[in-house]
Design a protein around this ligand. Structure first.
Ligand SMILES: [Zn+2]
Length: 274
C-alpha cells in the first residue's frame, strides 16, 4: 500500500512532459524536442564568479530567474529513431518515446539530467536494444575511479557491450556528426544534424540560462567544469551556427531550438523557434 501511494506523485510528475511541434530539416530529418521539466527556471545563484555584477545580471534575469527546460531530442531519419540524451526518463514514462523502438542514443555528456533516463529506478536498462554512444573523453572522465559518479558507472555496467564510445568528428549515423564541445564537461559533445544546407546543431549544455548567456557568453553556470574552455566553446559553437546558417538547439534553452545572430555588442541574440 505504501509503495502504491509513493508511486502516485512520480506518475504525476512523469505525465508532465511537453512535446513541441517537430521540425523537418533538409534531408528528411525530423527533430522533436520533448521538455521533461516544463517551467524549469535557472536561478541567479548558479551564475557566480563571472565578470558581471549581480545588478547587471538582474537586468537579464528579472527576479533572479531565467526560463529553462530539460529537453530530450527525438531525431527520425531514414526509418530510424535516435535520441539525443535521455533526460530524467520522463519522456519514456510519459510514453512520448517507445524505448523498444529507439535505434540508438547519443549522449552530449553524462550529467544526471542527461543520462538518468538510461536506467529504470531499479537500476536496469530503460532501453532494451539501443546502443548508447558517448564520447571517449567523457566516458574516460566518469569511469575514472577518482571521479564521483555512481550513476555514470552504473550506466556503463548496465549497458555492457551496448555502451560505446566515439571520437569527435565521427559520423554516428548518416547525417549525424559528433562535434567537439568540451569545456562544460571533459567530453561534452554537440551533434550536427542534417544533410542539406539547413542543419541543426544540438549543442547540449553550451549554456544554461539563455536570457543571460546568449547576450553575455562570458558568464558560466556552476555546472561548467572548465570555465575558461566553456566560454570559448560557447562562443565557438554559436559562431559556427551564425557562419553556416544552422539552427541552434540546447538541452536547457527555451523552445529547444531556434536561430541566433550577433547582437553587435560582443554577444548574441537568440530567437526561439515558434
Ligand atoms: Zn544539463
Amino acid at each position: 500500500m505504501r509503495i502504491r501511494l509513493l508511486a502516485v506523485p512520480v506518475l504525476m510528475f512523469a505525465l508532465n512532459v511537453f512535446a513541441a511541434k517537430p521540425i523537418t530539416l533538409e534531408g528528411g530529418f525530423q527533430v522533436s524536442p520533448l521538455d521533461e521539466m516544463p517551467g524549469r527556471e535557472m536561478t541567479m545563484d548558479l551564475f557566480e564568479g563571472g565578470p558581471m555584477t549581480e545588478e547587471q545580471k538582474l537586468k537579464y534575469m528579472p527576479g533572479g530567474k531565467a526560463p529553462a527546460a530539460v529537453y530530450v531530442f527525438v531525431v527520425k531519419a531514414a526509418g530510424k529513431t535516435y535520441l539525443i540524451d535521455a533526460g530524467f526518463g520522463n519522456a519514456v514514462k510519459n510514453k512520448k518515446v517507445d524505448p523498444a523502438k529507439v535505434d540508438a542514443i547519443f549522449i552530449t555528456h553524462a550529467h544526471g539530467d542527461h543520462v538518468g533516463g538510461l536506467l529504470k529506478e531499479d537500476g536496469t536498462v530503460n532501453f532494451p536494444a539501443a546502443p548508447v554512444f558517448i564520447s571517449k573523453p567523457e566516458s574516460d572522465y566518469w569511469l575514472d575511479a577518482k571521479t564521483e559518479g555512481d550513476l555514470q558507472k552504473n550506466v556503463a555496467k548496465a549497458y555492457g557491450a551496448r555502451y560505446k564510445t566515439f571520437s569527435f568528428g565521427d559520423t554516428l549515423a548518416p547525417g549525424i556528426v559528433a562535434i567537439d564541445a568540451t569545456g562544460h564537461t571533459p567530453g561534452h559533445t554537440a551533434f550536427l544534424i542534417g544533410t542539406g544546407k539547413k542543419k541543426m546543431l544540438i549543442a547540449g549544455d553550451f549554456l544554461h540560462a539563455a536570457a543571460l548567456q546568449f547576450p553575455n557568453p562570458e558568464e558560466c553556470a556552476r555546472f561548467d567544469i572548465d570555465r575558461k574552455k566553456s566560454v570559448e566553446m560557447r562562443k565557438k559553437l554559436i559562431q559556427m551556427c551564425i557562419d553556416n546558417g544552422w539552427m541552434i538547439a540546447g538541452i536547457h534553452i527555451p523552445g529547444g531550438f531556434g536561430t541566433v545572430k550577433s547582437n553587435g555588442k560582443g554577444g548574441f541574440e537568440y530567437t526561439p523557434h515558434k
